[in-house]
Design a protein around this ligand. Structure first.
Ligand code: BGC
Length: 793
């Protein structure tokens, strides 16, 4: 147990610089930043170089690079996570990745990234441990899918780009994670039982699938200039992802031209020399031991005494020649260049002193006490943005007889344990620290999932609170039953009189460290909905706060269904905005909702009994190749309940059938010209526009709204020169969010890049444009195509 006195003794070392919340506005080119980094590196001893690549102690931030006081370098602070600063007071809990993906709105993705970046910077955090593109969402039950944006690589890629630009425009480094193949949580890490180590699961992915699905959004991330990439816990094709020469050295740093640094996930490093030579640049959380830290004249908290693979082991490896000094210099250059690029050497705010306390208090390592400083309030007006994004990421799945928006009601009942304030507090870490509560809090709205992607709120507006406030304003009364046991037992006798509308709030908890057990919503949701629907025939509206894919077995018994995902701290306000029509819903599904759980065919690999301990037992074969989510449903002729990309509005939209195609590239070569320089994102020709398609989108209803026209592309496959077998019939390659007044029509142009109409040729190790008929489908979801055009490549 740590005393707070020890913490206070350590703290001043980390908070050396003055607080300056404004960005410095420094604008440096990569080569200028690299020059500064190399001048800095030239002044370092071998040990200091090694320590720069090794995390320090636990706290004040999730990851820490030790200061080097003699060079006035105050170290680096790395913080979770993808929905806001997890370990911080008076910071904003933003909508989760899946909610943001469901907006299909580039501007909001960027605005969220920027606002998060501002908060991290003002809290003194140099690096945001996010955003997330892995897991992509192969398994609908995957515990961390909600941290990312979408199961489709194109949509995920755009969201990664916008988010990273936002973070880094605020002066904070982004860390695209988890690279690569971390698609399930079960056995994601190695496990030691009775001294015997069982290796982490091996995601066995072929080269084409890797490139066209799982790598795709990371390519966007590199193109957007992400400072760092976090390698994942799992093995890939039998080798740990953090020592994977092929994916780190050849693909990420070679093919994609990544110039920043690869950081390990926490304790995901399994070797020293092999990992460093395999492409790993920084190990997290290290840790440096107390002895190692003392060589820097720092006192360390003796919390982790697990030896690190780096630290002094790395200096030994350089001294004995197993790692070249040039490689270590490259690591330092990669780590320090983004630091200088973003001006973090100048007037960067110190780490908020309350952070260390919060960290230790929340892990039970220190007690609350009056000496703890008040947190720096970095929330600004971000609550309004959270509310806007959460409403924009809310998907109206069904709306019979236009029961929504709610109008002219005098009496409403709110049902469900997701509706009220949370019973267990305002922090959502969940079972990662308390396995006795696998579904998180029983009572209370679910604003975000659990684990490192969770967040802490200073205030969380629950649906029940927001609806009651609306009722006081509009003059309706609000009854409620928030105990799902009563609902499941059909004990609804407290309700009187019969309401105009019944709202049922359901939740689906999902967390790092565990995969979900079922696609249904939690807490007896099916019985709860069926009983309410029987009472409130034709007037039941179900709202889900969920990590993503659910089965909805009561779909035909209710009038409306609203998928509100994980909305962040304004949960109640954002859902009231949509239910009462202040915001016209415009969210669309970033995944497919099935009729039955069995429609998805991607079971989580789970081995039980003695076999689970076989050192190499855990194998996850991605034999479906490119056919996940809607591509899988399409290939197997399975009709989903709600298609990928589906989302209703309170108005109606149309797409004109006479779309115009114009080729930008004349005589497009099948292969791009080989790149002569290494550019972030890889060969720049892949990102060049080759073809435009223009159509007209109309609002055919009576209120203003935002449409999301989507472009799906079918590569030629049957002809000679077409794409090889294993190519999905149709994939997403464009979308726009288009705001339209009632009756308004506007032209919309989609631009396709070379990469968008190519497949990865394994033989040639290159993106190849196939020859033949290219079909372009425009619609409002994968299952709602309104116009098609064919053009010749
Ligand atoms: C997670 C990472 C996270 C890290 C630091 C790990 O368990 O996988 O996503 O950034 O912890 O908290």
């Amino acid at each position: 147990m740590l005393s707070h006195i020890l913490l206070l003794a350590v703290w001043p070392l980390l908070g050396a610089l003055a607080i300056s919340p404004n960005n410095t506005g420094i604008s440096r080119s990569w080569s200028e930043a690299q020059q500064l980094a190399s001048e800095f590196s030239a002044r370092l001893t071998l040990t200091e170089k090694a320590f720069l690549a090794t995390g320090w102690i636990l706290g004040p931030c999730d990851g820490n690079i030790a200061p080097i006081p003699r060079l006035n370098f105050s170290g680096m602070c790395l913080h979770d996570g993808p929905a806001g600063i997890r370990v911080a007071d008076l910071a904003t809990l933003f909508p989760a990745g899946v909610t943001t993906g469901a907006t299909w709105d580039r501007d909001l993705m960027y605005a969220r990234g920027l606002a998060m970046g501002e908060e991290f910077r003002e809290k003194g955090s140099h690096v945001i441990l996010g955003p997330v593109a892995g897991p992509l969402g192969r398994h609908p039950l995957g515990g961390r899918n909600w941290e990312g944006f979408a199961v489709d690589p194109y949509l995920s890629g755009i969201a990664m780009e916008e988010t990273i630009r936002g973070h880094q425009d605020a002066g904070v480094q982004a860390c695209a994670k988890h690279y690569i193949g971390n698609e399930q949580e079960t056995e994601r890490s190695s496990v030691i039982t009775n001294g015997i180590e069982t290796a982490a699961i091996s995601a066995n992915i072929d080269d084409r699938t890797l490139h066209e699905l799982y790598l795709w959004p990371f390519a966007n991330s590199v193109k957007a200039g992400t400072a760092s990439v976090m390698c994942s816990y799992n093995r890939l094709n039998q080798t740990y992802a953090c020592a994977h020469d092929r994916t780190l050295n050849e693909i990420l740093k070679g093919e994609l031209g990544f110039q920043g640094y690869v950081m390990s996930d926490w304790f995901a490093t399994h070797s020293g020399v092999d990992s460093v030579n395999g492409g790993l640049d920084m190990t997290m959380p290290g840790p440096l031991s107390q002895g190692e830290a003392q060589t820097l004249n720092l006192s360390a908290i003796p919390f982790h005494e697990i030896p690190s693979w780096f630290g002094t082991n790395l200096t030994t490896a350089v001294n004995n020649g197993s790692v070249s000094e040039a490689r270590l210099d490259d690591m330092v250059l990669r780590i320090m260049t983004p630091y200088y690029l973003l001006g973090q050497d100048q007037d960067f705010p110190s780490v908020d002193p309350s952070n260390a306390w919060l960290y230790y208090v929340s892990y039970g390592l220190a007690q609350l006490n009056p000496a703890i400083p008040v947190a720096r309030d970095v929330r600004a007006d971000h609550g309004a943005l959270v509310r806007e994004i959460a409403a924009a990421g809310t998907v109206l799945l069904k709306n019979e007889q236009s029961i929504l928006p709610i109008r002219n009601v005098t009496n409403i009942v709110v049902f469900g344990n997701d509706a009220p304030d949370t019973s267990d507090g305002l922090y959502f870490l969940g079972p990662i620290t308390d396995p006795s509560r696998p579904l998180g809090a029983k009572y209370g709205t679910l604003a975000v999932g659990g684990g490192s992607g969770a967040g802490r709120t200073s205030d969380l507006v629950s649906p029940l609170r927001a609806i009651r406030e609306r009722g006081y304003r509009d003059g309706f009364r609000t009854q409620y039953i928030t105990n799902n046991d009563l609902l499941a037992g059909n004990n609804l006798t407290s309700i009187f009189p019969l309401p105009d509308v019944c709202l049922v709030f359901l939740k689906t908890f999902s967390t790092e460290g565990w995969d979900r057990l079922s696609l249904e919503n939690d807490w007896n949701s099916t019985l709860a909905v069926e009983n309410v629907a029987a009472l409130c025939s034709n007037r039941t509206v179900v709202v889900t706060h969920s990590s993503g894919v659910n089965t909805l077995p009561w779909d035909d018994k209710v009038a409306a269904i609203v998928a509100a995902h994980y909305p962040g701290e304004q949960a109640g306000n954002s859902i009231v905005d949509v239910l009462w029509g202040d915001v016209n819903p415009s969210g669309h599904l970033p995944y497919t909702i099935p009729k039955n759980e069995s429609d998805y065919d991607f079971p989580i690999v789970n081995i039980t009994g003695p076999d689970a301990l076989n050192s190499d037992a855990w194998q996850e074969d991605f034999t479906e190749g490119l056919f996940i989510d809607y591509r899988h449903f399409d290939a197997h002729n399975i009709t989903p309940l709600y298609s990928f990309g589906h989302g209703l509005s309170y108005t109606t939209f149309d797409i004109s059938s006479d779309a115009q195609v114009s080729w930008i590239a004349q005589n497009l070569s099948a292969l791009p010209t080989p790149a002569t320089t290494s550019t972030p994102g890889g060969n720049s020709e892949l990102w060049g526009g080759v073809l435009n398609i223009t159509t007209t989108i109309s609002n055919t209803g009576s209120v203003a709204g935002a449409a999301v026209p989507q472009l799906y592309v079918s590569l030629p496959t049957r002809q000679d020169g077409g794409a090889p077998s294993g190519t999905p019939r149709s994939v997403l390659r464009g979308f726009e969010k288009v705001k339209l007044e009632a009756g308004q029509s506007i032209p919309v142009t989609f631009s396709l890049m070379r990469r968008d109409i190519s497949f990865w040729s394994v033989e040639e190790q290159e993106w190849r444009v196939p020859q033949g008929d290219l079909q372009l489908d425009l619609g409002f979801s994968f299952g709602d195509i309104r116009a098609s055009v064919t053009t010749q490549i």
